[in-house]
Ligand binder design. Structure first.
Ligand code: MG
Length: 283
């Protein structure tokens, strides 16, 4: 496992689930998302995990919307861009892969299926392989989304087959209702199962966010935050993305970690740098 003093704070500002009715701070339009991401960048975030919403606020994999979001962010800062290929943004493999044509530096790749409280987190092997092949062909680094140990094992298996390039970066997503709970034991078990040289971050969902962020910092991992993961703080008070990033940055200081700049995050993640980002953003 790699321990770096530099802390990658990933902000996941929007997601696919939280509504503005539930959290008035939620950025929905490309302009709102870009403005919010820039605020978070100034507060220490170095990666932005992005979803797109349509005019009705519904999740969509529409590459035109993704492109507008990213172009607006790129006008403001050099934060690492990571686009979601998750199942709620599109049902078919083509819909989920559509944003990859934009050739972002990173994209999410869930390498296993699991149950949430009312839905299936549906990621069958053929779909995973299709997304993995396209990311590899386009030079996009996947972030492996791990909701339980089998998803990590699947990533190790696919890396062994040459479909995923090592060192991989893993996001441990814990405490989704109905899925693996965010206990220290569960986090330790997953962290200890990550191959040497890989990097990892932790997404502590909801009420697990504080303790899992602290444990992640102490163990040398990185931390994801944002309204996608933490719609409310404390007594059901809606959190803003900026407030969440500031909280993680403050906690990092207490643990002797320093928020990484985007350039430092690229080095930690073995990303080639913006010069090789591809032509997808031109226009
Ligand atoms: Mg997501």
């Amino acid at each position: 496992m790699v321990f770096s003093k530099g802390l990658i704070i990933t902000v996941a500002p929007t997601g696919n689930v939280v509504s503005r009715a539930a959290n008035p701070h939620l950025p929905v339009t490309p302009e709102e998302i870009a403005t919010d991401v820039y605020r978070c960048y100034l507060a220490g975030a170095s990666v932005a995990h992005l979803h797109a919403r349509d005019a009705g606020g519904r999740p969509t994999g529409d590459p035109a919307l993704f492109k507008e979001i990213v172009c607006r962010i790129r006008e403001k800062c050099d934060i690492v861009i990571q686009l979601s290929t998750g199942p709620r943004g599109g049902k078919s493999a083509a819909e989920r892969a559509a944003c990859l044509a934009l050739e972002p530096e990173m994209a999410s790749l869930a390498t296993g299926s699991s149950n949430f409280s009312t839905t299936v987190n549906y990621n069958p092997p053929d779909l995973i392989k299709k997304l993995a092949r396209e990311m590899k062909a386009r030079g996009i680094k996947p972030e492996i989304e791990v909701f339980d140990l089998s998803a990590l094992e699947q990533a190790i298996y696919l890396a062994g087959k040459g479909l995923l390039m090592e060192p991989l970066h893993v996001n441990l997503v814990l405490h989704v209702p109905g899925s693996l709970r965010g206990t220290p034991r569960n986090l330790f078990y997953l962290v200890e199962s990550i191959p040497p040289g890989w990097t990892w971050t932790v997404s502590g969902i909801g009420s697990s966010h504080r303790r899992l962020s602290a444990l992640g910092l102490a163990l040398g991992g990185h931390v994801r935050t944002g309204i996608e993961d933490v719609p409310t703080l404390g007594q059901d008070r809606p959190a803003s993305n900026l407030e969440l990033v500031e909280w993680v940055a403050g906690l990092a200081n207490a643990y002797g970690r320093v928020p990484a700049t985007p350039a430092e995050a690229r080095a930690i993640l073995s990303l080639p740098g913006l010069i090789d980002e591809g032509s997808g953003w031109d226009s």
